[in-house]
Write a protein that binds this ligand. Structure first.
Ligand code: ADP
Ligand code: TRP
Length: 316
């Protein structure tokens, strides 16, 4: 039986944090053992927020380095950047032509931006169409993501169905894979951990950064268990181990934070060391991305050819 196809992507928009890792990236590593995998750096999506070429270049290299450091393996998986496969933007255009404005106006990311009265680019409004193209070009079966991406995968399914309905069976319907326990990892302020909230524990943090972040976890003074500390601690130890530890140190927030610091340090240290090794050879990282782009292009261009045929623009 052929392997199921897995695809996921992350924007090169800054340092990954443990929320990204436990919510999405850890599954990437585990699932590459028994799936045909495509892992993307979605640089064209990130253009909506990063409009500085130097920063963009650096972020792409950084994210490729992060991918390799957590254990994504170019011998098992295709690791590439979206902009190397022009079929993504091409297919997104075709999806634009079968999607209505009111439908896209219901997307959370757009509604949030509108609620904040931000200036919204057409690119941001259109974000879900590019993401649908990312996924559907590769006939992906599974898309491992955090809970915040659920709606985007639903939009992808709707778009596939709509295209299939108009032009005949073309796209497979993908499933989001969201792990319930870590669907939303909380940050040091108790809100969803997110780069944009400045409440993260970076995945490759130095020891001093870990200490600083944990000491800054907001604790409420009611009850013996500091909830925000516990929520993060759960990522690193079983609930049984924690039950004992938190009973032993009931009400002693400082001791509990210190225990958490030790656990995070032990977890991050090998990842951080591996990342330094990978980062030492930027040439090798770029080579992996370039080759990955070539492989991805092969698959995407075959699919795109079929799409051009279906919509009636392929004449030779
Ligand atoms: P951020 O919100 O920090 O900018 P991204 O949007 O780059 O994160 O998300 C990259 C991946 O990590 C996505 O699959 C997303 O669902 C997942 N993710 C992000 N934050 C969390 C979190 N706090 N808990 C679980 N998964 C998360
Ligand atoms: N929207 C995703 C995020 O912000 C990134 C993304 C773009 C993606 N294309 C994708 C995720 C395709 C999974 C599959 O995190």
């Amino acid at each position: 039986m052929s392997k199921k196809i897995l695809l996921s992507g992350i924007q090169p928009s800054g340092k990954p944090h443990i929320g990204n890792y436990f919510g999405a990236m850890k599954q990437f590593v585990e699932m590459q053992e028994n799936h045909e995998c495509y892992f993307m750096i979605v640089d064209y999506h990130a253009l909506n927020t990063i409009q500085d070429a130097k920063v963009m270049r650096q972020n792409i290299v950084d994210l490729a380095t992060d991918y390799l450091a957590i254990g994504l393996d170019p011998r098992k998986s295709v690791i590439f950047k979206q902009s190397d496969v022009s079929e993504h933007t091409e297919l997104a255009w075709i999806f634009d032509t079968i999607t209505t404005m009111p439908y896209l106006a219901r997307a959370h990311a757009y509604k949030d931006a509108e609620a904040k009265e931000k200036e919204i680019s057409v690119g941001l409004f259109n974000y879900p169409m590019l993401m649908a193209a990312d996924i559907l070009l590769y006939d992906a079966d599974v898309v491992p993501v955090g809970a915040d991406q659920k709606q985007h995968v639903e939009i992808t399914r709707d778009t596939a169905q709509k295209f299939n309905h108009i032009y005949g069976e073309t796209f497979k319907l993908p499933e989001a894979k969201i792990l319930p326990d870590v669907a939303v990892v909380l940050g040091i302020d108790g809100r969803k951990m997110s780069k944009s909230y400045g409440n993260t524990i970076p995945l490759f943090a130095e020891d001093s950064e870990i200490e600083k972040a944990v000491m800054a976890i907001v604790t409420d003074s009611s009850g013996g268990v500091p909830k925000n500390v516990y929520e993060i601690h759960k990522l690193f130890r079983s609930e049984a181990e924690l039950a004992e530890l938190y009973k032993q140190h009931e009400g002693k927030y400082k001791a509990l934070k210190e225990a958490l610091i030790e656990d995070i340090k032990a977890f991050i240290r090998p990842l951080r060391e591996k990342r330094k090794e990978v980062a030492d050879d930027v040439g090798a990282v770029l080579d992996i991305l370039k080759k990955g782009g070539e492989k991805a292009k092969e698959k995407a261009s075959a699919k795109m050819d079929a799409v051009r045929e279906k919509v009636g623009v392929k004449l030779y």
